[in-house]
Design a protein. Structure first.
Length: 160
């Protein structure tokens, strides 16, 4: 149950993260739009405009959407007939999950790494994640501002 639950949550959160990064207006005055609060993962995936989700990725998302009520959100469904067996986490499913997670995670990072203006004008100044950046030696001792300046210089030189 733990693996299925984690997979469902991870993909749902990444899909919704991309959706909100693209549409900060979906959060307003402390409230989430119904476009974010539903669990129709296939609809959310198809509505994304800055990344394409198709084929086997959509099939995996449809499977996760079906499993959400049983294994992703509620350990006991209202009707016993709705309970899905957890045995779906095969090596193939795990590989598909890993690939989709990496794709969504990288896309979300690239979308907001230079900063992001969120709901009500709240501004995120930027992000740096070592798994996606070829950071310079000694980066552990650099301030965030120094790292952002270094990255900007790399991008202007064409190295980043």
């Amino acid at each position: 149950m733990a693996v299925a639950c984690s997979i469902c949550h991870a993909i749902e959160n990444l899909l919704k993260g991309v959706l909100i990064a693209d549409h900060p207006e979906y959060i307003s005055n402390g409230r989430l739009s119904s476009k974010v609060t539903n669990h129709s993962l296939t609809d959310i995936a198809k509505s994304l405009t800055t990344i394409t989700i198709e084929g086997r990725e959509l099939e995996l998302i449809a499977l996760l959407e079906r499993l959400l009520p049983s294994w992703g959100r509620y350990p006991v469904p209202i009707h016993a007939a709705e309970l899905e067996r957890e045995g779906f986490v095969t090596n193939d499913i795990k590989t598909q999950f890993d690939d989709l997670f990496a794709k969504l995670d990288r896309h979300l990072y690239e979308s907001i790494k230079q900063g992001w203006v969120g709901p009500n004008g709240v501004r995120l100044t930027g992000l740096i994640r070592s798994e996606y950046e070829n950071l310079p030696p000694g980066h552990e001792k650099m301030t965030f501002e120094e790292l952002m300046k270094w990255r900007t210089e790399q991008e202007h030189r064409g190295d980043g």
